[in-house]
Design a protein around this ligand. Structure first.
Ligand code: SF4
Ligand code: SF4
Length: 126
């Protein structure tokens, strides 16, 4: 079995973009327990951190960074001060920069509230 290097390139990019040390997390789970949006996530916030620590690229396919509302409930609970919202944002940026997804304005139905459009633009453009 191949053991991945401690810090693969995509993990280093996440740390650069977020300014956070994903290896600071010691998996206490307080972030996951306090996150109000876990029902829409396929990976709990702590699991996102764990996959990054393991260098597991499946984290890039997770729905969780897109569900994260940057509410910061996790950060205030984290005993290690990890700002998971920034980590989630960095993961979104990595995916968006690959050009595989993003906001297509022509596909937005009419009548979408302006605030939702602004929020989506912020979240879904690299
Ligand atoms: S910032 Fe994101 S991950 Fe953290 S508690 Fe809020 S929704 Fe959950
Ligand atoms: S609260 Fe902080 S240390 Fe605990 S699992 Fe979440 S990110 Fe890791």
């Amino acid at each position: 079995m191949r053991i991945p290097p401690r810090e693969p390139d995509f993990v280093r990019r996440v740390e650069e973009l977020s300014g956070e040390d994903v290896f600071a997390c010691y998996q206490c789970g307080k972030c996951s327990a306090g996150c109000p949006f876990t029902s829409g996530m396929d990976l709990l916030p702590a699991a996102v951190l764990r996959l990054l620590q393991l260098g597991d690229e499946r984290v890039l396919e997770s729905r969780s960074p897109w569900v994260c509302a940057s509410c910061l409930a996790c950060e205030v609970r984290c005993p290690k001060g990890v700002d998971i919202a920034k980590v989630m944002e960095a993961l979104r940026l990595l995916v968006l920069r690959k050009g595989e997804t993003g906001l297509r304005l022509k596909e937005v139905p009419p009548g979408v509230p302006q605030i939702a459009l602004v929020g989506a633009t912020r979240k879904l453009t690299p």
